[in-house]
Design a protein around this ligand. Structure first.
Ligand SMILES: Nc1ncnc2c1ncn2[C@@H]1O[C@H](COP(=O)(O)OP(=O)(O)O)[C@@H](O)[C@H]1O
Ligand SMILES: [Mg+2]
Length: 230
């Protein structure tokens, strides 16, 4: 489904005349329906890998081969911006640690929009969005509010709702449970488990990989630069 081949990425900090290597020679792969966990210490380049797969960062070298439903096998580093945006709308989801949202969009609109992008009819999109908000305990009183007024935990749960409601073919998760309480973590685990059962391929960075026990089937360790079956 996805094969990351020897990617490297450096950042030049111009005012310090300094070059920082975020990742050097990372290779990993995930089969369709598989779940790969990425572990490693802070600053080791975990987020850089996910951002490269999502097309936010462009690695300096390597290739990222993805078996797209719409386009067949593509190198994400070579496709047009237009195709990348389409892939993000319909096939590849990404949950960051932070919620970045359009201003003046309510939480219900945000999740509904996510489904409309997939081509769901309005009525069905609205119903599914409400179910997702309920699942993540976003109170109905907040559905017509702007997320910038939400608490950190509410924002994160909304972010996860927005990405998981699409049941994307490939879902990238960057420490989605890091700042959640135990009950919210369980809800995330439950949603991931459902997605996996329905065939979504997953790559996730988790602080606490034990929490994903039984779901995660491979792990990539940044320190060893190697992928293992767990
Ligand atoms: N946009 C950026 N500009 C400059 N340096 C960056 C940028 N993104 C990441 N880095 C650097 O790359 C390294 C890896 O970062 P990151 O991938 O966020 O690590 P992790 O997610 O494992 O904590 C860090 O040293 C970080 O400062
Ligand atoms: Mg990170």
């Amino acid at each position: 489904m996805l094969s990351v081949q020897n990617i490297s990425k450096s950042f030049t900090i111009h005012h310090l005349k300094q070059t920082r290597t975020a990742i050097g020679g990372v290779s990993l792969h995930v089969d369709k329906g598989g779940f790969l966990g990425i572990v490693g210490k802070s600053g080791s380049g975990k987020s850089t890998i996910l951002k490269s797969i999502y097309g936010t960062y462009k690695p300096d070298a390597g290739a990222i081969m993805y078996d797209s439903q719409e386009h067949g096998t593509v190198n994400i580093l070579d496709i047009s911006d237009y195709d990348l945006i389409r892939l993000r709308r319909t096939e590849i989801g990404y949950v960051s640690q932070f919620l970045k949202v359009m201003p003046r969009t309510t939480s219900l609109e945000l999740v509904t929009q996510s489904l409309l992008e997939m081509g769901e009819p309005q009525e069905i999109a609205l119903d599914k969005a409400k179910d997702a908000l309920r699942h993540y305990d976003i109170p109905e009183s907040l559905w017509n509010n702007y997320p910038n007024t939400f608490s950190g935990g509410e924002k994160l749960r909304l972010n996860i709702a927005r990405a998981t409601v699409k049941a994307p073919r490939l879902l990238l998760l960057d420490e989605p449970t890091a700042s959640l309480d135990y009950d919210s973590k369980l809800k995330v685990r439950e949603a991931i488990s459902k997605l996996k059962a329905n065939g979504t391929t997953l790559i996730g960075i988790f602080h606490d990989l034990d929490f994903m026990e039984g779901l995660c089937d491979h792990v990539y360790d940044m320190n060893e630069k190697a992928q293992q079956v767990i």
